[in-house]
Write a protein that binds this ligand. Sequence first.
Ligand code: ADP
Ligand code: MG
Length: 352
Amino acid sequence: MKKYTRKKISCLLVLLLSSGFLTACNTNMKKDVVTEAKEFAMGTVISQKVYGENGQVAIDEAIDRIKYLEGLLTFNAREGDIYNINENAGKKKVELNPITLKLMTKAQQVAELSDGAFDITIGPLVKSWGIGTENERVPAPEEIHNLLPLINYKDLEVDNHTAYLKNPGQMVDLGGIAKGYAGDEVIEIYKKNGIKSAFINLGGNVVTLGSKPDGSPWTVGILNPRKEDAAEGHQILGSITVRNKAVVTAGDGERYFVKDGKRYHHIIDPHTGYPAQSDLMSVTLITDSSFNADALDTAVFILGSEKGMDLLQKYGGIEAIFITTDKKIYVTDGLKGNFKLLEGSSSYQLID
Ligand code: ADP
Ligand code: MG
C-alpha cells in the first residue's frame, strides 16, 4: 500500500513537472516563432525577420506602409508628392503631406551642414545618369554642365504646409533619405504589434529592434565594397553586434554600372555632376535612428573621411565605420573591439 502510494505520488509529480515543462516550452516557442519576408519596394530588396506571435501581422503592416511611402516619396510615382512638386517647379508652391515636409526639412539641414554635399535637388542629374533605371548611362559633359545650375538646395523653399522649387526644370529626389525614414516607421509598427525582437534590412539600411530572443545582440554584416575582387564567399568584410540600433551604409559598392571599363556609382557630387570621388568606398553609421543616419551617410561619403568625420562630430552620438579606397577600415571609439574583420579579408586592414 505504502509502495503504491509512493508510486502514485511520483507519477503525479512527473505529470505535473512535465506539464509545467510543456507550458514553459510553449511560451518559449510562441516567443521564438520567427516570421521572415522578402519583398521588392522602394527600388530595393527589403527583408524582415520578426520574432513573436504577431510577426506576420507586423510584417504585412510594414510592407503596406513602405508601399504607401514609396508612392508618396518616390521620384517616378505619379500622384505622389515628389512628382507633384517637380511638375510645379518654377510655377507654384504645392501643399504637401507632413511626412514629405519632414523629410525635406531634415534634408535641408543636412545640406546646410554638409556645404551642399547632400542636396535633394540632385534630381535632374539622377535622371540624366539614369540612376535606379535600366537605362543607366554616362551623360555627355555638356549635358552635365547644363544641368549643374539646376542643382541648388537653396532654391527649395519648405514651410509647414508647402514646398516650392524656384526654377523650371528643378527636381527633388528623396532617394538618399526615404529608406531611412521608412526604417524608423517600421520599428514603430513592430512595437505597436507587441514585437520585442526584429530587424528590417532596406537595401543596406538595417534597423534592429531589441536583441535576439535569447538576449544576445544582433550581428550585422558590413559588405565588402569591392565584392567583384573578393574571393568567393567574402561578400561580407566584417561584422558588428548591436541592440536597438540602425546600421546604415552609403557606398559605391552596391549600385553602380561599368562603362568602357570605368565604374560609375549612384551617389552624385552636386558640385561636379559626376559620381562622388572621395577617399571613401563605404560609410556605415550606427545610430538610434535610421532617418538621422541616411542623409548623413551620403553626405559623409561625398565629403570624404576628414570633413565627413567633422560633420559627424557636429551631430554627436553617432558611431561610424569608414572603408577607404586604399582598403583601410577605420572605426570610431565606441566600436573598437566590436567590429570584427572576417577571416580571409586580409586585403583590408583594420586600423585601431
Ligand atoms: P542607397 O540608396 O544605396 O541606400 P544612399 O542612401 O547613399 O544609398 O542614397 C543614394 C541615393 O540618393 C541615390 O540613388 C539618389 O537617388 C540620391 N542621391 C545621389 N546623390 C545625392 C546627393 N548628392 N544628395 C542627395 N541625394 C543624392
Ligand atoms: Mg544615405
